[in-house]
Design a binder for this molecule. Structure first.
Ligand SMILES: Cc1ncc(COP(=O)(O)O)c(C=O)c1O
Length: 357
């Protein structure tokens, strides 16, 4: 009998979410961001499910781009972190990968390698992570063109687009527009998932939706359901033990939770060794047989405990949803002091991914 812990991946929900991004991006297009193993869902299957819909994929690095080719897909793949060696540029040229060059070293590698991939140039409009200062754009373009390299477009990345009350996104947008004003032939790409949901936000030629494709919220103050997104991953397991705790009985490491009254309790075969967050404390929601219950005590490596007061008839073998359609990954993330991104990308290799639809 296999361990009952698994991640169900609903590929039709993924397609629904990608179509929603496309509707919002129109007349621009959307490159599907499938880095970090498709945000933990499995890059080959995710990219495959989007193959008929997405004209372009985006990943962090060349290894991820190569796994898209190994899956048999031929779309351009944008490398959001550029390349790490001059030799990588040759691979990009041969494979149809489009690196986003963000520093002087990478530009210099163009001359050194002699390779001629199509490239993007990243501008730093305020994130202060990667990118050239906008004032250096003319020199960057001149250098790239001198090497005979086609520059497909300009890219920047938002720092605060998840927060509708913050106007830094407008500031960054203006900086990109000003830098690009003299180059109308270049495509512009600045929108992550959150930008798709900002009223009045220009999205330009190419958006880059990531987390929204997987059905978690990109916004601080709106749930995924409110945004029309469908959860793609259901993380589920089963009860492997049930018992009734008596007043004064504790549960788990550190004996941090103590029953004040007689409490039906169930142990679930999932823990931080599967990527369930150890910081999820007492009160974190889960669902047993479709009814919401709460986690109690500390999460162990392979197990966690649930208060079954809301489902007193629950038995060993009953299904437990840790996140999915009944409990959103964002709720669990909030309980653990993190974001849905970290939970989805953190589901470990021990958990088999089962694909549906
Ligand atoms: C450069 C870049 N573009 C787009 C994305 C997608 O962002 P999100 O998942 O918030 O849509 C990311 C994700 O980190 C990124 O680094």
């Amino acid at each position: 009998m296999p361990r009952p812990t698994r991640a169900l991946v609903d590929l039709s929900a993924l397609q629904h979410n990608y179509r929603l991004a496309c509707e919002r991006a129109a007349p621009g297009q959307s490159m599907a961001v499938v880095k970090a193993d498709g945000y933990g869902h499995g890059i080959a299957r995710v990219a495959g499910a989007l193959a008929e819909l997405a004209p372009c994929f985006a990943v962090a690095c060349i290894e991820e781009a190569l796994s898209i080719r190994q899956a048999g897909l031929s779309q351009p793949v944008v490398l959001l972190e550029g390349v790490h060696t001059a030799e990588d540029l040759g691979i990009c040229a041969g494979q149809g990968f489009e690196p986003v060059l963000h520093n002087a070293e990478q530009l210099a590698w163009l001359a050194q390698s002699g390779a001629r991939p199509r490239i993007w140039i990243k501008l730093n409009t305020g994130m202060n992570r990667l990118g050239f200062p906008p004032a250096e754009l003319p020199a960057c373009l001149a250098q790239a063109r001198h090497q005979g390299v086609e520059v497909r477009g300009l890219m920047t990345h938002f720092a605060c687009s998840d927060d509708l009350d913050d106007d830094f996104t407008q500031v960054q947008t203006r900086r990109l527009q000003q830098a690009a004003a003299d180059y109308p032939g270049l495509a512009l790409s600045l929108a992550n998932s959150a930008a798709h949901f900002r009223p009045g936000q220009p999205l330009f030629h190419w958006t880059r939706p990531g987390i929204m494709l997987y059905g978690a919220t990109p916004m601080l103050a709106a749930s995924a359901a409110e945004l029309g997104l469908k959860p793609v991953m259901t993380l589920e397991s089963e009860l492997i033990a049930v018992r009734t705790l008596q007043p004064g009985d504790s549960v788990g490491y550190g004996a941090t939770w103590v029953a004040e009254q007689s409490t039906p309790m169930g142990i679930v075969a999932i823990g931080y060794g599967d990527g369930y967050p150890r910081h999820a404390g007492t009160g974190t929601p889960a669902a047993v047989n479709g009814r919401r219950v709460r986690l109690i005590g500390r999460v162990s490596m392979d197990m966690l405990a649930l208060d079954l007061s809301a489902v007193p008839d629950a038995r060993v073998g009953d299904r437990v949803e840790l996140w999915g359609g009944q409990v959103s990954v964002d709720e669990v993330a909030a309980s653990a002091g993190t974001i849905g991104y970290e939970l989805l990308t953190g589901v470990t290799v021990r958990v088999p991914r089962i694909y549906r639809n």
